[in-house]
Design a protein around this ligand. Structure first.
Ligand SMILES: Cc1ncc(C[n+]2csc(CCOP(=O)(O)OP(=O)(O)O)c2C)c(N)n1
Ligand code: SF4
Length: 247
């Protein structure tokens, strides 16, 4: 009997190190499916972040580089400028991209660097044990905000898709989610669009993906989906925030 469901060629056979209910694996699969469908595996380079996805290079069968914390956009800029024929993407968490790497991502997007960013927003620092991130929700308890995020002291959570889409330089900026199948279908379409714009040499592209971190949220995988849908999605509204056609 033929296989009806198989692993994309862009994904390796390695066993995952991600926690049960973590959406990093779902996002890896979506990226790999898009790479297969676009036929670009032989010329794709991913840039791994510092964060739980630091080991992303173990899961993809195309080339990968590792960047210092938050510096993936600088590495992607260098690779893409030297080899514009390559398809380059950074894979970054919210601690990596919106905290230590905030300057890097804003300037790369503003320069209109022609690579793609996959931005995983799980509202917390996962790898280091659950500290508050720029994206942590008001009142959300973390190891560094044990009484909940205090917006008087820390401000409101940073909305990266909105912030980057305010730049005048043409780009593709979208926010999707991967917590349920109905969101995953749209997320994949957006990731494919982002890579396609890059293939056409059009613009910088970023897809933010509202995710989960059951381990550091202290919830079960199912509770995490519910918490994400009830607390993150009303604040981090899904949709396409900027398209190159609008510019
Ligand atoms: C220069 C530097 N500062 C701090 C750290 C510690 N550190 C490692 S991962 C991380 C945060 C990761 O969080 P996020 O980017 O949200 O990814 P997640 O683990 O949630 O996927 C931090 C602060 C580091 N490795 N290097
Ligand atoms: S700590 Fe959180 S982000 Fe990291 S693998 Fe576990 S669930 Fe995923």
């Amino acid at each position: 009997m033929g296989k009806t469901f198989k692993k994309p060629e862009a994904l390796s056979d390695n066993h995952t190190h991600y926690c049960p209910g973590c959406t990093h694996g779902v996002i890896h699969r979506l990226v790999a499916e898009v790479i297969d469908e676009l036929g670009i595996r032989g010329r794709t380079v991913g840039i791994a972040p510092v964060g739980c996805a630091v080991l992303a290079y173990n899961y993809f069968t195309h080339d990968f580089q590792e960047a210092a914390h938050g510096r993936a956009p600088a590495m992607a800029t260098g690779i893409k400028r030297v080899r514009p024929d390559l398809i380059v993407f950074t894979y970054q968490g919210d601690g990596d991209l919106a905290s230590i790497g905030m300057g890097e991502i804003v300037h790369a997007a503003n320069r209109g660097e022609k690579f793609t960013t996959i931005f995983v927003n799980n509202a917390i620092y996962g790898m280091t044990g659950g500290q508050m991130a720029p994206t942590t929700m008001p009142g959300q308890r973390t190891t560094t905000s044990p009484f909940g995020r205090n917006v008087e002291e820390c401000g409101m959570p940073v909305k990266m898709a909105e912030l980057l889409s305010a730049l005048q330089t043409p780009g593709y900026i979208s926010r999707q989610s991967v917590i349920k199948p109905k969101y995953i279908v749209k997320a994949k379409k957006s990731i494919k669009k982002a890579f396609t714009y890059q293939m056409e040499g059009r613009c910088y592209s970023l897809v933010e993906l509202v995710s989960t971190c059951p381990t550091n949220w202290g919830l079960t995988p199912l509770e995490s989906v519910k918490w994400s849908e009830e607390n993150l999605l009303p604040y981090y509204q899904l949709g396409e925030y900027k398209t190159p056609e609008e510019n």
